[in-house]
Write a protein that binds this ligand. Sequence first.
Ligand SMILES: [Zn+2]
Ligand SMILES: [Zn+2]
Length: 141
Amino acid sequence: MLTRQQSELDRLKEAFDLLGVNACHWCHKYYRRAEPGALFDAGGKLVCYACIPKWWPQCCAQLSAKEREDLEGKLVFWLKATHNAEIFKDSTKLPDSSLQELHLVAQCLECRGTGKSLGEDTCRFCTGRGTVWVIVSRKQA
Ligand SMILES: [Zn+2]
Ligand SMILES: [Zn+2]
């Protein structure tokens, strides 16, 4: 009985695959793969945009520093490319929280979180904090 259900499930998965839809690893909702910004490929696991804020902190906790750095870079790039995410280095410049659709704190990629650029100067991309804010603003209706 169980094997039969399993094969049914496998066939369903194949069918969804043919249709170009994939399930979010986190909430298990189905999304169209081709839709830009719908699903983030976290190294073989697909996570939908809506789940990113909940999924990312938990995912981070399971990664090594190196893995986190790689995946975070990829995530920030994806958010910029598909959701017009903006990078802020100054918290006073952030849009009002009611206007923020997504809010992440990421390691500064320019100084790799050290806050210093080569030659011991303060990193100008994060003003020495080592982290930056990644914000997706709510679409204005
Ligand atoms: Zn999801
Ligand atoms: Zn920096």
